[in-house]
Design a binder for this molecule. Structure first.
Ligand code: MD3
Ligand code: FE
Length: 204
């Protein structure tokens, strides 16, 4: 049951439902090592979504712009290692979507509580833009906004629920996207939260 949303973009509903307990446990272990926090954007605002990361490279918002770094900008500690089950999951999801050979070197974890949102943006800080981004949604449902190649215009809406996986590559890689404020609720496994995990290839 794979749905092609546009060239390069594949929605795989429920692809992660089977292994959800192990995936959530791996995400929790990363969050225990590197607690999610509300980073400051270059514009001086604090992000509504709390983030953490694992793997060799981590995406960090800073006063001087967004970039990927091997260490925490304050503690200088390396990011937690990417748990094996998350790596295996990302590789198999990408292959299933038509991207064999995808091996992520970065994993970003977004933690949403009710009310948290993500404004429209492009993901363009990765040096390797030929590689797709694999996204895994856990917990409460969210409305995902999918725009075009310009910030303006009315985006399409997709409801992403626990276990949904989307792989974004090819001509879809640089489209604007965002997430509406999370509605309140309670998820049996994840609680009053939504966790989105994205796997990226930064270095060619
Ligand atoms: C479409 N996260 O972390 S994942 C992000 O649900 C991000 O937390 C959202 O956008 C979230 O940067 C959406 C889906 C996603 C990720 C990357 C994309 C969609 C994308 C890159 C290009 C186009
Ligand atoms: Fe994004």
């Amino acid at each position: 049951a794979h749905e092609t949303l546009a060239p390069g973009a594949v929605l795989m509903r429920g692809f992660a439902r089977e292994g959800d307990g192990e995936l959530l446990q791996a995400v929790e272990s990363v969050m225990a090592q590197a607690p999610p926090r509300h980073w400051q954007t270059p514009g001086g605002h604090s992000m509504s979504v709390a983030t953490t990361r694992c793997g060799p490279l981590g995406w960090v918002p800073g006063a001087d712009g967004y970039h990927y770094a091997a260490q925490h900008p304050i503690t200088q500690a390396p990011w937690p290692a990417m748990p094996g089950c998350l790596m295996d999951f990302a590789v198999s999801a990408a292959a299933e979507a038509g991207y064999p050979g995808f091996v992520p070197d970065s994993c970003l974890i977004n933690l949403y509580v009710p009310g948290a949102k993500l404004g429209m943006h492009q993901d363009k800080d990765e040096r390797d833009l030929r590689a797709p981004i694999v996204s895994l949604s856990l917990g409460l449902p969210a409305v995902f906004l999918w725009g075009g190649h310009q910030r303006t215009g009315s985006p399409e809406r997709y409801r992403l629920v626990h276990g949904d996986v989307v792989v974004w590559g090819g001509p879809s890689r640089l489209r604007f996207h965002g997430v509406l404020p999370l509605a309140d609720g309670e998820h049996a496994l994840v609680g009053r939260r939504r966790i989105n995990v994205t796997f990226r290839r930064v270095r060619p």
